[in-house]
Design a protein around this ligand. Structure first.
Ligand SMILES: Cc1cc2nc3c(=O)[nH]c(=O)nc-3n(C[C@H](O)[C@H](O)[C@H](O)COP(=O)(O)OP(=O)(O)OC[C@H]3O[C@@H](n4cnc5c(N)ncnc54)[C@H](O)[C@@H]3O)c2cc1C
Length: 280
């Protein structure tokens, strides 16, 4: 690893696929699931999109039997910004490999300029593939409708707040309102969705999910919590002890800067962590 990567290490499992798989094995030993993400986004040439596609196929084959072959991918690294057809072809190929190895592929959601197109790609893929899910961002004004549509279609959704800076026309700007929107979307998904993933480190939202599902008699086996590698490790383990499914998003690779930057922007404690390491 280059020296700068030391600072990203808290959030990134390493540079190579085996580094991520080793983390997955350690999690598995504790009863925690993983989704692996080879970092990369905004790819603008076909050859790079092909390499990202091949890397995802190799990753699916590399994850050892016994650990769920679950990966997360970004459409912008698969050629979305070059051509929709290219992206569809690349992602279909990944889903074919996922089917061969009994795997599952989650399409991460990126900035709002890609939301509608990502959902269209997802719906197209869903015509031929069961083993694919989507991410919806509670902060976007459109998301409650997207959630209802996903429930109607039986799509597997990961619900998160949304990590990208968006204008007020597109997204809520206030944390309180975003939390309320998250709860409303989570309720829809927990009531009628297909194994939703509640992806947050926010204790208010975790506690609310637990209270809501208990009150409604929704079994813990019908949904999962998801968190990011490096954040709230103690909470992963306590949720597992309480009987909940927990999956950790395990990013790896050399293109970690945009991912790292989003984590720093989210929380001042993450910046303090990096600064402490810088001066120690
Ligand atoms: C598994 C997973 C996948 C994701 N995928 C996507 C995606 O595809 N697209 C996308 O846009 N975004 C994605 N995100 C990021 C997400 O949208 C948020 O930006 C990110 O999770 C921060 O929001 P939060 O709800 O976790 O809590 P925050 O809004 O960061 O924090 C709110 C509160 O939560 C508590 N909290 C948060 N972190 C900690 C901590 N480390 N220790 C103690 N308390 C804490 C504190 O009370 C804090 O005030 C994903 C997140 C996860 C967990």
């Amino acid at each position: 690893m280059n020296p700068l990567t030391i600072f990203a290490r808290r959030f990134v499992a390493g540079e190579r696929p085996p580094d991520a798989v080793r983390v997955g094995e350690r999690l598995h030993a504790k009863g925690i699931k993983a989704t692996f993400d080879k970092l990369g986004e905004d790819v603008l040439d076909r050859e790079a999109a092909r390499r990202a596609t091949d890397a995802s196929k190799d990753l699916l084959r590399l994850i050892p039997a016994g650990i769920e072959r679950n990966i997360s991918i970004k459409m912008s690294s698969m050629g979305q910004e070059i051509s929709r057809d290219l992206c569809l072809e690349n992602v279909s190929g990944i889903l074919d490999v996922a089917r061969e190895v009994g795997g599952f592929v989650r399409l991460d959601m990126e900035g709002s300029k890609l939301t509608a197109d990502t959902l269209e790609i997802f719906h197209e893929l869903r015509k031929r593939h069961e083993n694919v899910g989507i991410v919806l961002q509670a902060a976007l004004h459109r998301t409650r409708d997207d959630v209802r549509e996903a429930v109607r279609r039986g799509d597997r959704v990961r619900l998160c707040k949304g990590a990208y800076k968006e204008p007020p026309e597109v997204a809520l700007q206030d944390m309180g309102k975003t939390r309320e929107a998250f709860k409303a979307c989570a309720h829809d998904l927990l009531d009628g969705g297909n194994y939703p993933a509640v992806a947050t480190h926010d204790e208010e939202l975790i506690a609310e999910t637990i209270a809501y599902t208990k009150a409604k008699g929704i079994a813990p086996s019908r949904f999962e919590f998801q968190m990011l590698y490096g954040l709230r490790k103690g909470r992963w383990e306590s949720l597992v002890r309480e009987g909940y499914n927990v999956r950790i998003y395990v990013p790896f690779g050399t293109h970690w800067i945009p991912y790292f930057y989003r984590r720093l922007r989210e929380r001042k404690e993450n910046v303090l962590f990096v600064l402490r390491n810088l001066f120690s």
